[in-house]
Design a protein around this ligand. Sequence first.
Ligand SMILES: *[C@@H]1O[C@H](CO)[C@@H](O)[C@H](O)[C@H]1NC(C)=O
Ligand SMILES: *[C@@H]1O[C@H](CO)[C@@H](O)[C@H](O)[C@H]1NC(C)=O
Ligand SMILES: *[C@@H]1O[C@H](CO)[C@@H](O)[C@H](O)[C@H]1NC(C)=O
Length: 371
Amino acid sequence: MIHILLIISSLFTFSAHAAVQDFCVADLKAPESPAGFSCKPAANVTVDDFVSTGLRLAGSTDNIIKAAVTPEFAAQFPGVNGLGISIARLDLAPGGVVPMHTHPGGSELLLVTQGFIEAGFISSANAVYVKTLKKGDIMVFPQGLLHFQVNAGGVAAVAFASFSSAAPGLQITDFALFANDLPSSLVETTTFLPIEVVKKLKAVLGGSVDDFVSSSLNFAANTSNIINAAVTPAFSAQLPGVNGLEISISRLDLAPNGVIPMHTHPGGSKLLLVTQGVIRAGFISSANKVCIKTLKKGDIMVFPQGLLHFQLNAGGVPAVAFASFSSASPGLQITDFALFANDLPSSLVEKTTFLDNATVRKLKAVLGGTG
Ligand SMILES: *[C@@H]1O[C@H](CO)[C@@H](O)[C@H](O)[C@H]1NC(C)=O
Ligand SMILES: *[C@@H]1O[C@H](CO)[C@@H](O)[C@H](O)[C@H]1NC(C)=O
Ligand SMILES: *[C@@H]1O[C@H](CO)[C@@H](O)[C@H](O)[C@H]1NC(C)=O
């Protein structure tokens, strides 16, 4: 008997408890899970959790798509959490478009309240459903399918989209493909788009072109300059992926008369690998010891951090080398450029180098310095 009463009372407790679970207003301070946000304590819930005035105003259409989507999903409108429903406002300036996109989590019901919108979706059987909608018209877009909205009048259009989910999500296909660091070559392979088109769209949509990969060292740089040589760095400024990793690389091209003049890398040590031609290289230690060697293809030489050093072509044919550094931004200070290619006063250069007035003036003239 007691046993039965216990069961009945626990059932009653359960149903009484279930009856008060009318809502689960999102506790936005807690993390969101695939099942939604956790519930705010009922005592903390107010009417303002169930009302939003956020869709009164048009979103800014001053952007690349001339359109704005203002969501009132659970993250913006806590009252819909757990209720399987939400809404968003669409503003489309003339020429505006909500590009091809999906809502992975819910179906959409669009109601046009101003202007004209050409809208459509593509089914998984690849059938196309497109229609131009006027004020008062509605159209439904099944969950997860690719769809779009385009302004089809010459005037601003407004629509409200209801969703069968409190968190339907929004994935704009072009942004997913071109506005992040998905490698261009993978986009090319998985979309059949030509690589030039991929790179162009990445540039337009702000996608970083491969933070961890660079092909900029594949090519010889132009050595038609005063030193007949070029340094192509892949430091953190050029290859963001090395930032913070205490490593980077650069390519050296030396034409037959080329020289990388006496210089230092204040921020890192260097390991030089010759891959073509013959290079004579050396450094001077702070104890004033000189270490010089002629390097051939496959040879390596290390240059300790901050010490003066140089490389020059010793083979009569173009030479190529790759320099690895123990820093993501080792820096490069070419001594002659520091002394003669800026406006450091000649008198100070003379005093601090023991060079005579005529030599200082001549080198400033050659290297473009003043003062
Ligand atoms: C609920 O309200 C109490 C009292 O105002 C506050 O201390 C608590 O942080 C609130 N909890 C949440 C989840 O908002
Ligand atoms: C290399 O640079 C020089 C000087 O700036 C320029 O005249 C020449 O056209 C460049 N060569 C190439 C192949 O770009
Ligand atoms: C250096 O030479 C120039 C031209 O010969 C002269 O005008 C200038 O006063 C000299 N400067 C010094 C510091 O001797």
